[in-house]
Design a protein around this ligand. Structure first.
Ligand SMILES: [Zn+2]
Length: 224
């Protein structure tokens, strides 16, 4: 083998007219992908569950190779497509009927915050960073945690958020970067990590999450 051989680098020693075949193969596989995804019954995809990700990876890897490998035929790829999509439809039907199968495959929605309290343990187990959650809340016009009643982490990875009525808003941890002050000698303070409210001023450690930083809470209503 000769190094830096331009013809090999560009074309893997295949003739240039093979590019025409690549064009044709790609057009065919493009249509096959489109038809298969439509047949799966899925609409547009915003967030993928793990199960859907498997579908996409399965189809994706079978779709690419026959587009440009001269020694990979189209029919094996069609077979992969048919089998993957049949598995998908079959398992979707199964999970619709059997609840534990659904939990096993898709996971289940989980509360991250309930009745204004951040569920610290679930939150820690969810592989989700505090920054990600706060960023999502900021996008929903949340200024501090006291405005939020409940947050559910859906299996798609999206957040469902319920807000308090204006009259029920509690003193909360500000979540915009650089907002809010470290707690001084105020009586009402919130934990800088989990938002736990303390009426007795700064404590050594937060009873909820054991962090030691406290901030002055915000009290404002949510403007949306
Ligand atoms: Zn805390």
């Amino acid at each position: 083998m000769k190094s830096l051989d331009l013809n090999r680098i560009l074309m893997n020693d295949l003739p240039f007219h093979f590019l025409l075949e690549v064009g044709l193969r790609t057009m065919i596989m493009f249509v096959v992908i489109l038809v298969t995804l439509r047949a799966s019954g899925k609409r547009g995809i915003k967030q993928l569950s793990v199960f859907e990700l498997v579908l996409i990876i399965g189809l994706g890897s079978a779709a690419g190779d026959p587009m440009f490998y001269e020694d990979v035929g189209l029919l094996p790829a069609f077979t992969v497509f048919t089998v993957v999509i049949m598995m998908y439809i079959l398992i979707t039907k199964l999970t619709d009927k059997v609840r534990w199968a659904e939990k096993l495959l898709e996971g289940k929605p989980e509360y991250l915050m309930k009745d204004g309290r951040l569920l610290y343990r679930t939150f820690k187990n969810s592989n989700l960073s505090r920054d990600e959650l706060f960023s999502e809340l900021r996008l929903q016009n949340v200024e501090h945690l006291g405005q939020v009643k409940s947050i559910v982490l859906e299996t798609s990875g999206e957040f469902s958020v319920l807000f308090y009525d204006d009259d029920d808003i509690k003193p909360g941890l500000p979540i915009f970067p650089g907002e809010g002050l470290s707690a001084a000698d105020t009586l009402e303070v919130v934990c800088n990590f989990c938002g736990q409210l303390s009426h007795g001023g700064i404590q050594q450690t937060c009873p909820e999450c054991k962090e030691q930083e406290w901030r002055i809470p915000f009290y404002n209503k949510r403007i949306s």
